[in-house]
Design a protein around this ligand. Sequence first.
Ligand SMILES: NC(=O)c1ccc[n+]([C@@H]2O[C@H](COP(=O)([O-])OP(=O)(O)OC[C@H]3O[C@@H](n4cnc5c(N)ncnc54)[C@H](O)[C@@H]3O)[C@@H](O)[C@H]2O)c1
Length: 263
Amino acid sequence: MEETEARFSSQIVVITGSATGIGEATMARFASEGASVVGLDNNTSENNATAATIRSEGGRALAVDCDVRSEEQQERAFAEVLERYGRIDVLVASAGIFVGSALADIPMERWHDIEAVNLTGVLLSNKLVAPTMTEQGSGSIINIASMAAKTSWPQSAEYSATKSGVIGITRSVAMELGPHGITANAVCPGNTLTAMVRKVAGEVGATLDMTADEWLAMRANDTALKRLAKPWEVAGLIAFLASADARYITGQSIEVDGGLILS
Ligand SMILES: NC(=O)c1ccc[n+]([C@@H]2O[C@H](COP(=O)([O-])OP(=O)(O)OC[C@H]3O[C@@H](n4cnc5c(N)ncnc54)[C@H](O)[C@@H]3O)[C@@H](O)[C@H]2O)c1
């Protein structure tokens, strides 16, 4: 793997939701810039494949099995990272799920599951890196929220609620850990071409009598740039927020949405 620029050389970067999509692209981005990346995900085969691809290209990557809903599993995963590397410079909390349906059809067990991944998962990872980063006197936390926290769509109350909560966690973490030299920011992607958005396109499109492709075209048309994001374009913002150039940016929730918010 060619190191484009060693912005993160000798840094340890932990990414949840690393197996696919934005998390996978973020693993590749940090590794290409010199970091040792550790991916926490419960999709074991895809997570191993992501790390193996990076290693085969000359990068440093480790896959750790972890269901972010589980406090015990997250504790074990972060303990493994610390035992192996002794520090954590960057946390990217990207693990997340979306299931949409009309309000009347939301089963409570599904709400609790979305909340467990999207909110508890983020809160736990932030909590678990805090002591290490505080002791170091440095660190960057980047939580992946969504444009669903800044605009609204029908049939996504659960998702919107959790992503708004991610912004709330991030702002409080920024205030609490700022005095220790730690920044915390949220990234709000618009529709990004990953497995998640293709699934959403199928499910939500069907309720509107549209094919998945028609729904995706409609969402692209809602943006100023008239296209959806690629995962690496979101990874670019995440890497910037973890870089030395962003040390005075904290508590923000930043859109990477192709101008969706303008419509
Ligand atoms: N794709 C989009 O359009 C979009 C837009 C806004 C925000 N987001 C957010 O970006 C993040 C990444 O989503 P993506 O689009 O890359 O989707 P994705 O489905 O490709 O990736 C999500 C990752 O999270 C992992 N994951 C899910 N549940 C988990 C659990 N319990 N424990 C550990 N890992 C788990 C999955 O295995 C997968 O690797 C999510 O938080 C999502 O809400 C995505």
